[in-house]
Ligand binder design. Structure first.
Ligand code: ATP
Ligand code: MG
Length: 591
């Protein structure tokens, strides 16, 4: 076994023993021979011409012999189940597309959804795409202000919501949202609100047949707001042609097979919940499980067991919360069909990857991408050996590089392995955003020549694996060293008492910045001085005194975005008594 920098061993794969055979059997050969025309050929294309996401996700299965397959299996909060076959989904989305046309909503106009994970959300997204409207799903937990800002920024014409959310959050915004012409509510009628339309009557009075008009693959389809981890969220616009990347990455990075039961735990309010919570599984014709309830380990384990989930896509925060409760708890369940587990959104510490093997018998496969890239760019794939702590390797069709910006707005590619630089991607994959809403200049600044600059720092090792270092904004500059938060956090999380860790750079007169850690502990451990000394000592041994934290505080929780990302900028602002900035996506608070 080879040894890594962080002294963890590789997790070896034997593709010949994997059952079913992985879609991407030979990474090197597939990558070498890949061009995007292959991805387009995996799709159907519209009878009327062009490509439309909803046709590839729904209608083509109806004509292609999968009409009776369950497309969406929905588990409600109190355990109720609703199933939609591909035929049902085609019919309902046709109805919703017809309803939009009947309301006079034109192609290109924006349809926002604020409902929580209910079947109507999926019908709205796909139906609006059929009508060639641009869809923007919002987190239902957003308060009125984040809803208003996004709806204003995105010029929402239609909003689909529920009576409760309408009353609590939207009713007071109607005057402000002057462009919002139609509010459609799912569920019992909204008492006292005569400016809303009930979903049921709208859907009753329209035909279940709809022909999608020719759709240019460059037509706008989705508007997604970024997580707001580093500042005010940006609105990234994506096109119908993105479906080629959604599909092929679902096939290669999530290894989706025909008979899979797939569960993506992300909410469609952030891009993972749409690209992989709606589009990719449906284009592959699998059964897409939708769970309405929020995270709770017991519920999740029961869902995995009872629903016989075979492919599971989740996030580091949830994984770390499960780890906190221990391996024995997982082992009281059984998951005989579970064969692939993936994670995205934040760096996945090496402990968590390996814990997957101990608890579930298979490792977690970390992958990297952003709202802007629309789909998975770098990943640990079914057939590739895993180096725990690494994001994996670029997908077929994706060229990734480590670059250094120069003073003239250009970049130089760093060829040497294990040298830190900015992670950059060669332009040309179909799911790349086509712009930041109302921020032309910011969009332009993301590019240097052929490269898209991601704003994240990373390094590539001699075997072509990529290692996340940190977000450009979060890197700590201490006594002449550039310290990536992930390396320090990863080391701290190797200590058995540590559940989560976040690092910030704190201004210091001699060092420029010093490394300060915020730590949450697993149950049964006390955050006292002895523990503080022990953790700092532990990190020193692993990282050396220059990189290990100089200060360390304990917290009951770390502040996170609604998509589960640690907001280091907020820890920093609070530490330094600075303005807290945009908090619209803040979920749990530490105080
Ligand atoms: P904002 O751009 O508004 O600050 P955000 O960058 O968190 O928010 P997203 O597009 O949702 O918004 O998240 C993408 C970012 O999440 C990546 O740029 C990266 O920093 C981080 N990320 C995603 N996956 C991984 C991963 N596997 N390892 C490390 N970081 C990841
Ligand atoms: Mg970002």
């Amino acid at each position: 076994m080879a040894t890594l920098d962080n002294s963890k061993t590789w997790i070896r794969k034997d593709p010949a023993r994997l059952d079913p055979q992985p879609n991407l059997l030979n990474y090197e050969a597939t990558r070498a021979g890949f061009d995007w025309s292959q991805a387009w050929r995996m799709l159907d294309g519209l009878p009327a011409g062009g490509y439309n996401i909803a046709h590839e996700a729904v209608d083509r299965h109806v004509f292609g012999g999968r009409a009776d397959r369950i497309a969406i299996r929905w588990i409600g909060k109190s355990g109720e189940v609703r199933e939609l076959s591909y035929r049902d989904l085609a019919r309902e989305t046709n109805r919703f597309a017809n309803a939009l046309v009947k309301l006079g909503v034109a192609p290109g106009e924006r349809v926002f959804v604020l409902t929580g994970r209910i079947p109507e959300l999926y019908i709205t997204v796909l139906g609006a795409l059929k009508a060639r409207c641009v869809v923007s799903p919002l987190f239902s937990a957003f308060g009125p202000e984040p809803i208003a800002t996004r709806a204003e920024m995105g010029d929402a014409r239609v909003l689909v919501t529920t009576p409760a959310l309408y009353r609590r959050k939207v009713a007071g915004l109607r005057e402000r949202l002057s462009g919002l012409r139609h509010v459609i509510v799912v569920g019992e009628e909204c008492e006292g609100a005569d400016d809303v339309q009930p979903w049921s009557s709208l859907m009753e009075n329209v035909s279940a047949d709809f022909t999608i008009a020719a759709t240019d693959p460059e037509e706008a389809a989705l508007l997604h707001f970024t997580s707001g981890t580093t500042g005010r969220p940006k609105g990234a616009l994506h096109v119908h042609g993105a479906v080629a990347a959604h599909h092929v990455t679902g096939v290669y990075a999530l290894d989706l097979h025909d008979d899979d039961i797939f569960w993506c735990t992300a909410d469609p309010g952030w891009v993972t919940g749409t690209s992989y919570g709606i589009i990719a599984p449906l284009t592959s014709g699998v059964t897409n499980l939708v769970v309405e309830a929020e995270f709770d380990p017991q519920t999740w384990y029961s869902v995995l067991e009872r629903e016989r989930v075979s492919v599971w896509y989740t996030a580091p925060t949830a994984i770390r919360m499960m780890m906190k409760l221990g391996t024995d708890f997982v082992k009281s369940y059984s998951f005989p069909r579970l064969r692939f587990m993936a994670s995205v959104g934040e760096p996945l510490n090496s402990e968590a990857v390996v814990w997957g093997e101990q608890a579930f018998g298979i490792p977690f496969h970390d992958n990297w991408w952003q709202t802007e890239t629309g789909g998975i760019m770098i990943g640990n794939l079914a057939t590739l050996d895993i180096k725990p702590g690494s994001m994996g390797r670029p997908l077929p069709g994706i060229e990734a590089g480590i670059v250094r910006r120069d003073a003239n707005g250009g970049v130089a590619v760093i060829e040497e392995p294990m040298v830190e630089g900015e992670l950059a991607l060669k332009k040309g994959w179909p799911s790349m955003m086509r712009g930041y809403l109302h921020e032309e200049e910011r969009y332009r600044k993301c590019f240097a020549g052929d490269w898209y600059l991601t704003g994240d720092l990373a390094k590539r090792d001699g075997d072509g694996y990529f290692w996340f270092v940190g977000r450009g904004d979060d890197v700590v500059k201490s006594a002449g060293h550039l310290i990536g938060p992930f390396e320090v956090e990863n080391a701290l999380m190797e200590h058995p008492a540590v559940a989560e860790a976040a690092i910030i750079g704190k201004p210091d007169p001699t060092m420029g910045e010093l490394v300060k850690a915020f730590v949450t502990l697993k149950p049964g451990h006390a955050g006292d001085d002895a523990m503080r000394r022990e953790l700092i000592g532990f990190a020193r041994k692993r990282l050396g005194a220059a990189v290990a934290p100089k200060e360390l505080d304990f917290r009951a929780n770390l502040p996170k975005t609604r998509s589960g990302k640690i907001m280091r900028r907020l820890l920093k602002a609070r530490e330094l008594g600075l303005p807290e900035g945009d908090l619209s996506t803040l979920e749990s608070d530490e105080t």
